[in-house]
Design a protein around this ligand. Structure first.
Ligand SMILES: Nc1nc2c(ncn2[C@@H]2O[C@H](COP(=O)(O)OP(=O)(O)OP(=O)(O)O)[C@@H](O)[C@H]2O)c(=O)[nH]1
Ligand SMILES: [Mg+2]
Length: 332
């Protein structure tokens, strides 16, 4: 199929072309390959925010309000709602999407929800491709919303420059609900619903939790000597009311501060490296799996190995080593 017409429409800012291209990359990895190949040179300008929180913490309300502020600043915003727990696009996410769409003009805000429909190459791969489409569509900000409970979300968040976790006043259930891998990579903790009692208490609880933790996201050996003198990022904590917009000016400042930190410290190059490595891994896993599956089903040589394994003259690990050799993937 020829995607060039859709791509030129995308670059002209046509939202319908965006929707079509997203559907293509979600459903067909060969289409994704072709499309990404054509648009890659137009990407890299958007700022990517990852936002998560337990159900009911106010993610949708928060993202609507945040988007309103960005649109007022003249920015174009793309929103991707990812729900790995749901096999179908629908339910709460769809309702949210319709409600949000009513609030914004299609010109400035593009909203898309993605569910785990057994995407080829996985949800993280599909999300990364959708980010690229929105980036080429000239979105200044891309917000990725997830429900924060699954492992695949940790992978999805590797694409985000700034990660925001929403919590609410009250018992720590919301903290426990978030997958621990996400807590470790959070840049800004937001206590939403600050109009409820206990918001300040929640802020101090988060502070305490962070004090007990000593492995910050950027405190890695990967950071070269060059950056050693620059202070690493300590996660920020703030509180907002997403219904009224109270304290969003403070939140926006913190996001800017983090963006500035990434650039000034040079951590941004670390981020790029991680993001591309992760993406490469996702695609490679898919391609290799496909190749190996084909081989297992058709190759005569492997058929012989399998027979040997049945006869116990070859164990599965040794068989895999032989297959790796056949694929030419050995080190030497
Ligand atoms: N009082 C108050 N209510 C809020 C605030 N933010 C969100 N809410 C309310 O909290 C409820 C849940 O908000 P949502 O935005 O739907 O939360 P969510 O995290 O998207 O929920 P799920 O999509 O179900 O995971 C709604 O009734 C919101 O109006 C806030 O800052 N203050
Ligand atoms: Mg929601």
């Amino acid at each position: 199929m020829d995607y060039s017409n859709f791509i030129s429409q995308l670059l002209k800012g046509n939202p319908r072309a965006v929707a079509r291209l997203i559907t293509f990359v979600e459903n067909d990895i060969d289409a994704a390959e072709e499309i990404v190949n054509s648009i890659y040179k137009y990407t890299g300008k958007a700022y990517i925010l990852g936002i998560t929180g337990a159900p009911g913490t106010g993610k949708s309300t928060f993202i609507s309000t945040l988007t309103k502020f960005y649109v007022e600043e003249g920015k174009k915003v793309g929103i991707i709602c990812v729900d790995p727990t749901s096999p179908l696009t629908g339910g709460a996410l769809l309702g949210d999407r319709i409600r949000m769409k009513q609030n914004f003009s299609l010109k400035n805000v593009f909203i898309r929800s993605m569910a785990n429909r057994g995407q080829l190459g996985g949800l993280a791969r599909a999300t990364e491709d959708v980010i690229k489409i929105l980036d080429a569509y000239a979105c200044d900000i891309i917000i990725i919303e997830t429900v924060g409970v699954g492992q695949s979300e940790v992978d999805i968040f590797k694409s985000a420059q700034t990660i925001v976790v929403l919590l609410v006043p009250g018992l720590g259930d919301d903290i426990q609900a978030i997958k621990s891998g996400i807590m470790e990579i959070t840049d800004i903790f937001v206590v939403n619903k600050m109009d409820f009692p206990g918001a300040d208490k929640k802020v101090s609880e988060i502070k305490q939790m962070l004090e007990f933790r000593n492995n910050y996201k950027y405190d890695s050996k990967d950071l070269s000597e060059k950056y050693a003198k620059i202070e690493l990022w300590t996660p920020e904590i703030t509180k907002v009311n997403s219904r009224s917009g109270e304290n969003f000016d403070e939140l926006l400042k913190l996001i800017k501060k983090h963006e500035f930190f990434l650039k000034e410290s040079g951590v941004i190059s670390n981020y790029m490296k991680n993001r591309i490595t992760n993406e490469t891994l996702q695609i490679l896993k898919h391609k290799l799996t496909e190749k190996v599956e084909k081989l297992l089903n058709s190759d005569k040589e492997i058929g012989k190995y399998i027979d040997q394994a049945i006869q116990k003259s070859l164990d599965p690990y040794s068989m895999v080593n032989l297959i790796i050799k056949m694929l030419g993937l050995e080190k030497e």
